[in-house]
Design a binder for this molecule. Structure first.
Ligand code: ZN
Length: 212
């Protein structure tokens, strides 16, 4: 955890995938995922610039176990770009599961960035899809708007938050993760792997209370 951070006009709050399917009762529920909402709502009031990401898959997406006969959720398969964990169906375009949590109230959010809409490529990161080549456009958007420091929050800590934070750092942004504004899934040690990776890359984890 790091010291107190004043928020300014070149800072942005990135709110990752706070959608019904990632909350209890949803298709790919993150344990206690809904608990991040009140804190994220409060934090958002401190930021002039807020970007929301929205996982947004077509039906029969390659990342769904149900798309592959004989496969179960959380198995890993090889696809064109390497290993891919198979997930329960989630965040299918224009279904209630893909909607933002009803309690998420950030009317001043400036951009809703959808990801995962290519049937054959999953997208954990808000910056690149999982082939590591296809850009979402977020890096250019942030640069063109003069936004330099990215505070990351949302779901899940060890997947979409992790990859968004790492790629933001690689793209040259100053990245901080607001850890208590995230919840994780923990598949095969993914929480520990995330913390290790953040340490190696110099990505600071902080508490929401230290944003002043
Ligand atoms: Zn997804």
């Amino acid at each position: 955890m790091t010291g107190r951070r004043a928020i300014g006009s070149t800072d942005v709050l990135l709110v990752v995938d706070v959608q019904n399917d990632f909350c209890p009762g949803g298709g790919l529920a993150v344990p206690s995922g809904h608990e991040v909402v009140p804190l994220i709502n409060r934090l958002a009031q401190r930021f002039e610039h807020v970007v929301l990401t929205q996982d947004w898959h077509p039906p029969a997406h390659q990342s769904f176990a149900s798309t592959h006969s004989g496969r179960k959720p959380y198995e890993t398969i090889e696809v064109a770009y390497g290993p891919q964990i198979l997930w329960p169906d989630h965040c299918i375009q224009a279904t209630p599961g893909a909607d933002f949590c009803e309690d998420l109230q950030i009317a001043h959010a400036q951009l809703v960035l959808r990801k995962g809409y290519h049937r054959h490529i999953d997208s954990y990161s808000a910056f690149y899809e999982n082939d590591r080549k296809t850009h979402t456009g977020l890096a250019s958007y942030l640069r063109e708007r003069g936004l330099a420091r990215v505070f990351v929050s949302g779901l899940a800590f060890d997947f979409c938050v992790r990859y968004s934070a790492e790629d933001g750092k690689r793209e040259g942004f100053d990245v901080l993760v607001i850890e208590d504004a995230c919840r994780g899934i923990d598949v095969a040690g993914s929480m520990d792997a995330t913390r290790r990776s953040f340490r190696e890359l110099g990505i600071a984890c902080m508490a929401g209370a230290s944003i002043g």
